[in-house]
Design a protein around this ligand. Structure first.
Ligand code: ACO
Length: 309
């Protein structure tokens, strides 16, 4: 697949932080249980903010960091990964298009790929762009709106937020992409239209570790100009133990794996772009590093992308 140049990243986390300790007041749980099983210490919960509002704020944040001279009118495509849009239609991407004052020459649409959605959205954007054209690719979620706050086995895992990337298609660079969905495993993780997220946690855990390996084999351990060992790994931020087990199985130390779920929880489609933004802002991810994005989620689905940042 022809490659990409990430021009800028941005993210937006709602102001309100809910700690494990706070959850233990209303649920039969504890900071120790949540932290030791998942690595999560806190999550952000939107109060009075919409999914499109979070998405637009992440997009503005990315635009502020764009290279000098970049104009918002250079965006030709907006793709937003979300399973929690404010409305069935128009989609979140269309609302961001309006918020940013972009005219009708721009195409905007949403992708429903759950936690793999952002990587899928990036793959779709790259396949639609011509060389040199720019897309705004967003992941935005308000998962708090589809949680059963009395179900301790799910609600402690998730959070709200948004992340955005300004990406330019660059055919001189190489990107390795992989994605697939497994409908026979769909029952392990569902969020019905009129209900809350329900999950068989241990089955999803096992799938996630296998999905990492499958993505790694297809994207990293194949011929091409990129290194056969990534400098940086940005996993879907669902569970620290999943990341540790997956990295260990390929001989990767956790020093190459970026972790921010301690303060975000699992933000589904928003998790990878938030992690990318934080990895870049903190200096963890530097230009020239061969970087692997790996995601898994409902569907069940998996999606990966390997590129040089
Ligand atoms: N606090 C205290 N106890 C709890 C909690 C809680 N918050 N939640 C569940 N428990 C209890 C259960 O009731 C169960 O008790 P029982 O044995 O008496 O029935 C017990 O803890 C289960 O414990 P473990 O088997 O040790 O749990 P496990 O180590 O499997 O961890 C977890 C559970 C964290 C959910 C894990 O399986 C996991 O992370 N799975 C992957 C989930 C995931 O990544 N989902 C993301 C999907 S992304 C998307 O597309 C939306």
């Amino acid at each position: 697949m022809a490659g990409m140049n990430i021009l800028a990243t941005g993210s937006c986390l709602p102001e309100r932080t809910v700690t494990n300790e706070e959850l233990s007041h209303s649920l039969d749980t504890s900071d120790e249980w949540i932290r030791s099983r998942t690595g999560i210490a806190a999550r952000h919960i939107a109060e009075g903010q919409t999914t499109a509002g979070l998405a637009a704020q992440a997009a503005r944040c990315a635009l502020k960091k764009a290279p000098a001279g970049f104009d918002v009118s250079e965006i030709g495509l907006i793709v937003c990964a979300t399973i929690t849009p404010d409305d069935h239609t128009p989609g979140c991407a269309c609302q961001v298009q309006k918020e940013l004052g972009l005219d009708g020459s721009v195409l905007a649409f949403d992708v429903n790929g759950a936690c793999s959605g952002f990587v899928m959205a990036l793959q779709i954007a790259l396949s639609m762009l011509e060389d040199g054209q720019t897309a705004l690719v967003i992941g935005a979620e308000r998962l708090s709106s589809i949680l059963d706050w009395s179900d301790r086995s799910t609600c402690v895992l998730f959070g709200d937020g948004a992340g955005a990337l300004l990406v330019q298609k660059d055919s001189r660079r190489c990107v390795k992409a992989y994605a697939r969905t497994l409908p026979d495993k769909a029952d392990l993780l569902r969020a019905p239209a009129s209900g809350a997220i329900a999950m068989k946690g241990s089955g999803v855990f096992r799938f996630a570790v296998k999905a990492f390996s499958e993505i790694y084999e297809h994207c990293v351990e194949t011929e091409g100009p990129l290194k056969n060992r990534p400098d940086a790994v940005i996993c879907h931020q669902a569970n620290l133990r999943i990341m540790e087990k997956a990295c260990r199985s390929h001989g990767l130390g956790m020093d190459c794996c970026f972790v921010c779920l301690d303060h975000t929880g699992n933000t589904a489609g928003a998790s990878i772009p938030i992690a990318l933004d934080e990895a870049i802002s903190s200096g963890f991810l530097q230009r020239g590093m061969d970087t692997l994005l790996t995601a898994f989620g409902s569907g069940l689905s998996m999606a990966g992308l390997y590129f040089r940042y």
